[in-house]
Design a protein around this ligand. Structure first.
Ligand SMILES: [Zn+2]
Length: 326
């Protein structure tokens, strides 16, 4: 372990997370060296570890694996500020920014244009983003027993506060319910995501979708903090009562995006969490002269989980994310 005075508060550099070396009853901070830049300088991922005096599970909270999905950053920071380290059981691991190059570039993707959350578990001998993905999983995520991966919508889109989880698994189903989300979408994974790769390692994982990209939204942040603390309460890591939801979550057995098949200016009518009826008009596309060229209708009744807010619509752009209620 190397300590340097050049970095804030003498946060040590390490190569991987070693929970055995973290002192109990203390919150530790690390810069974990994952890869090096073309200057040979380390690309460092910030990590917090709160290790309780009493034994218990290891819960990980990750944010900004898509570098412009920022609501999760204060979620991680504030959960660490909330907990009382003296009475904590088990260990909390927080990674406020997973995709450091993307975060610095204000973008979703890694700096080679790849989506880290589509190429998990990565590979030890692949290209830059594959190696980065592999080492994130291997060096930081592996010690966890449970994982909350916090996301938001992508550029040009907005999301409800919703959860993607395997609802056929009772453990991840319970983790999803504890988030007090507006919507829970059943989704088994298997798609190159951090959630899927962590699940394949036996880590109980869910995806928390908290709002919109490129901003801090207080309500979303507060909700996701409550969700994370609720999981800690459920796991008996902290010892106050679980906060129940104000409204029960709307459960969707499946969901999918609708896409345009014609380019032009897109206007989407329903709002987030609106219910749409089968056959209801949901969007139009106009050409640049103002004529309506396409009208889109809901193929079945459902709830709007997410939607486009970007009028500039190339053929094949997303319209709405439609959840089909159970
Ligand atoms: Zn994301």
């Amino acid at each position: 372990m190397i300590t340097t005075g050049l970095f804030e508060q003498d946060v040590p550099f390490v190569k991987r997370l070693d929970l055995d070396k973290c002192p109990a009853g203390k919150i530790s901070r690390f810069w974990v060296r994952i890869v090096s830049s073309g200057m040979g300088q380390p690309i460092l991922v910030p990590v917090l570890v709160a290790k309780g005096h009493s034994p218990g599970p290891v819960l990980g909270i990750t944010a900004a694996i898509h570098g412009n999905e920022l609501n999760g950053v204060p979620v991680v920071q504030k959960v660490f500020q909330f907990i009382d380290i003296k009475t904590l059981s088990g260990t909390l691991v927080g990674i406020p920014v997973v995709n450091v190059p993307g975060f610095l570039m204000n973008q979703r993707f890694f700096n080679d244009g790849n989506d880290l959350n589509r190429l998990m578990p990565g590979t030890p001998n692949g290209n830059m983003s594959q190696v980065y993905a592999h080492r994130i999983l291997d060096r930081l995520i592996k010690p966890c027993h449970y994982l909350l991966d916090v996301h938001t919508a992508s550029f040009g889109r907005v999301n409800s506060y919703y959860i993607r989880a395997d609802m056929n698994n009772p453990i991840t189903a319970r983790m999803a319910e504890l988030q007090n989300a507006e919507i829970i979408v059943n989704n088994a994974g298997g798609d190159g995501t951090l959630r899927s790769a962590a699940s394949a390692l036996g880590i109980h994982s869910i995806t928390v979708e908290a709002g919109d990209p490129h901003k801090f939204q207080r309500g979303m942040i507060r909700s996701a903090i409550t969700g994370a603390l609720n999981v800690m309460r459920h796991l008996d890591m902290i010892h106050d009562p679980i906060v129940p939801p104000e409204e029960p979550a709307i459960r969707c057995g499946r969901s999918y995006w609708m896409y345009t098949d014609y380019g032009g200016v897109l206007e989407v009518f329903p709002r987030i969490t609106d219910r749409v009826e089968k056959g209801e008009k949901i969007a139009i596309v106009r050409n640049m002269f103002g004529d309506i060229k396409r009208t889109y209708y809901a193929p079945e009744s459902g709830i709007v989980v997410g939607r486009s807010v970007n009028p500039i619509n190339q053929t094949g752009s997303r319209i709405i994310h439609l959840g089909i209620e159970e």
